[in-house]
Design a protein around this ligand. Structure first.
Ligand SMILES: [Zn+2]
Length: 310
């Protein structure tokens, strides 16, 4: 896993860091997108950018300064293969099953309609829906990675390679928008959320899964990093991902929904693949304990959101 992790991190080798970044651990150079504050507490130092918690509103975010080219390079080609080289294919299918559960929770009692999966990649979740998961639904997907979209098109899926602003989806024409493990990758998730929310008809549903900012494994990683530093990097770098720019809680996600014209209906939590598919027996035992404790404390790894367009 270490070699894989290094290979993934090498994708960000050319990233340049602004002068003065991380000199003052109590001050972020990138203001909080919720409240504009820069007074922070540093949680973790990644290879390039610190992960901080805003002291005013509690948002956990990366004080990142990626250029558009950095992210383009990262999210091009066979990104999922490169970024998740440690994933066996059954984990992809397991993740698609988690997404299916979230979809069912968010659409319970509703008639089939049109669904757009935003950040669909090669369409693993859409394939799961098409092949028996959701009869009657019209399925579409949008993603910025042309290679991933091409893979989904070969499977016969209706995928579009576009930014949300250029996807050409008629406003008010969609019944459900899903965004699974997507919003945390965006530099400005609030504005993107506003754009995809406009696709929804009034009463339409938005269903998302993001990494939770209050989960137990994050707290463990912060504590381990403070106690043992670089000696536990192979663990801590697996919890904090350099391409994860935000870690939300229900409290910090709600303002983004509100600004996008969405009403928060349900919050739920799910374990992540690290917990359900640990690499090895020892990690497995630790993961089992973590899963149990996270469940009991309601501090599980992934935060699920169901919201309705006003
Ligand atoms: Zn803030």
């Amino acid at each position: 896993v270490n070699a894989d992790l290094r290979r993934k991190q090498s994708l960000f080798e050319d990233v340049s860091v602004p002068a003065g970044l991380a000199e003052d651990s109590g001050r972020a150079l990138k203001p909080c997108i919720l409240c504009g504050g820069t007074a922070v507490r540093r949680l973790y130092m990644q290879a390039h950018f610190p992960v901080v918690r805003c002291l005013a509103c509690g948002l956990v975010y990366a004080d990142e300064h990626f250029q558009a080219e950095d992210l383009q390079r990262f999210y091009s080609g066979d990104y999922y293969q490169r970024a998740y080289v440690c994933h066996p294919p059954q984990i992809d299918r397991k993740i698609a099953r988690d997404y299916l559960r979230a979809f069912r929770r968010g659409t319970r009692g509703r008639q089939p309609g049109t669904l757009v999966d935003f950040g669909c990649a090669r369409g693993t979740f859409l394939l799961r829906l098409r092949d028996g998961g959701a009869p009657g639904w019209t399925l579409r997907g949008v993603d910025i990675n042309p290679d991933e979209v091409a893979m989904g098109l070969r499977e016969g899926l209706d995928l579009l390679c576009a930014e949300p602003s250029t996807a050409g989806i008629e406003p008010g024409s969609v019944d459900v928008v899903t965004a699974f493990s997507v919003l945390e990758h965006l530099q400005d998730p609030g504005s993107v959320l506003g754009q995809v929310a406009r696709w929804l008809r009034p009463g339409g549903r938005f269903i998302a899964i993001v990494p939770s900012g209050s989960c137990l494994i994050l707290a463990c990683a912060v504590a381990a990093s403070r106690l043992f530093g670089d000696r536990v990097r192979s663990f801590t770098d697996n919890v904090f991902h350099e391409e994860h720019l935000y870690y939300f809680t229900p409290r910090t996600f709600a303002p983004l929904l509100h600004r996008a014209g969405l009403r928060l209906d349900q919050v739920f939590f799910q374990p992540s693949y690290l917990e359900t598919h640990p690499p090895g027996v020892l990690v497995g035992l630790a993961a089992l304990g973590l899963r149990a404790a996270s469940f009991l404390l309601r501090r599980q790894t992934m935060l699920g959101i169901v919201a309705t367009r006003a």
